[in-house]
Ligand binder design. Structure first.
Ligand SMILES: Nc1ncnc2c1ncn2[C@@H]1O[C@H](COP(=O)(O)OP(=O)(O)OP(=O)(O)O)[C@@H](O)[C@H]1O
Ligand SMILES: O[C@H]1[C@H](O)[C@@H](O)[C@H](O)[C@@H](O)[C@H]1O
Length: 368
């Protein structure tokens, strides 16, 4: 545990006014292919989402826990737990990064940092809260506290339905209704799931309580609400690594809503950031010219939507006037400023040996 003084300092830092609260641990991602470590990266939904927020200049408060072994420079300082190590995931890609299907990835949580408890959250109120755990760190009581202090909570189902094999940490999914989070669904605003995860809930039931967004890789996403549903167009991408696509999508989606877009336009922004994310290995670096174009267009859309209908406090589900043009604009912006592979923010270890030293990976713990 950190000292009381450190915890107090962290809490006071968190108490500066911000409209968005992100809750979920940073982690270390180790990408493994054919029994060899291909890459090591900063991971965790919190890191992918704050990366998108930084890109579009949205500030937030972030509550995340790591161990002393955490060395990545991040914009939002995590709570350091001196007695534990940072959460680590090993991702096994049997078919390689170029396979288009995600089912070739097996995920193992090989190290788990501390859980995030209600007392770790700031005492202030937020307009938006994002429950985005990756390793089981968010407890039902933590989500409940987020609901109390945030006007609207967005939850990633991966924070709610993951279970971990007691021997090797393999990630398994459990039915949402069997979790302690289920009774809280009528009190959350949006639940995001990938198509693989969506089969672990009854979408028809859950959409009666909250908006459900199901992402579907290169096919884009679908938004379900109480009395309607809408497919949102994808963007063409050259997939290198699917890790974090769902997180970057969620970052773009919530960033859109924070900036006053209607749900379909925000989901389009989600698809854009999801598509940019898969083109790079690890945490993506976005082209600054593309970001500027996107920010300018979002401002324009916001003004346009305000003129038409939007009141600031509720989610608007219907496709707003000019939605297709917004898509066309983003497709064009993406083409004019393609992300260069050389521009990766990727912190690749210089040798396999270095990787193994950083993360104490041995052949035996790769094979289990
Ligand atoms: N190959 C692709 N081409 C274009 N867009 C993609 C592609 N893969 C993902 N995306 C975008 O990213 C979003 C999220 O992807 P996906 O549904 O694969 O999430 P996920 O399975 O949660 O990802 P991960 O668990 O790897 O973070 C999609 O809705 C889509 O907008
Ligand atoms: O960094 C990744 C990313 O956040 C993924 O969305 C999550 O599924 C993995 O567990 C994590 O290691």
């Amino acid at each position: 545990m950190g000292t009381t003084a450190e915890a107090a300092a962290h809490k006071s830092q968190q108490q500066q006014q911000s409209r968005v609260l992100i809750v979920g641990n940073y982690c270390h991602d180790v990408l493994i292919q054919n029994n060899a470590v291909k890459a090591v990266s900063l991971g965790g939904a919190a890191s992918f989402i704050s990366n998108v927020f930084n890109g579009v200049s949205i500030s937030c408060n972030l509550v995340s826990k790591v161990g002393e072994d955490f060395k990545y420079p991040v914009s939002y300082t995590p709570i350091v737990i001196h007695t534990l190590k940072t959460t680590v995931f090993h991702s096994y890609f049997d078919l390689g990064f170029h396979g288009n299907d995600h089912q070739d990835r097996i995920l193992k949580r090989v190290c788990a940092c501390d859980t995030i408890r209600p007392s770790d959250l700031p005492d202030t109120r937020f307009k938006y809260g994002m429950a985005v755990g990756v390793g089981g760190e968010i407890l039902p009581e933590t989500l409940e506290r987020m609901i109390e202090i945030c006007d609207v909570v967005f939850a990633d189902i991966q924070a709610l339905i993951r279970a971990f094999d007691s021997v090797d940490g393999t990630v398994k999914l459990v039915k949402l209704e069997e979790t302690g989070f289920y009774p809280l669904l009528p009190r959350i605003g949006v639940l995001k799931a990938s198509s693989e995860e969506a089969v672990f809930m009854d979408v028809e039931e859950v959409r009666k309580w909250c908006c459900v967004v199901v992402t579907n890789g290169k096919h884009g996403c679908k938004v379900y609400w109480k009395d309607g549903e809408l497919g949102i167009s994808p963007f063409l991408a050259n997939q290198e690594d699917p890790t974090g696509a769902g997180d970057s999508f969620f970052g773009g989606f919530v960033a859109g809503l924070v900036q006053g877009l209607a749900v379909p336009d925000a989901a389009l922004l989600g698809n854009l950031f999801g598509s940019l994310s898969v083109e790079q290995v690890g945490l993506p670096k976005f082209d600054t010219r593309l970001l500027q174009r996107v920010k300018d267009e979002v401002q324009r859309r916001k003004m346009q939507c305000l003129l038409h209908e939007r009141s600031d406090d509720e989610l608007k589900f219907l496709r707003p006037v000019g939605h297709e043009q917004f898509h066309t604009f983003l497709v064009a912006a993406r083409l004019i400023t393609p992300c260069s592979i050389e521009e990766h923010q990727w912190n690749s270890p210089s040798s396999a040996m270095e990787t193994e030293q950083m993360f104490h990976i041995t052949r035996s713990n790769l094979n289990y």
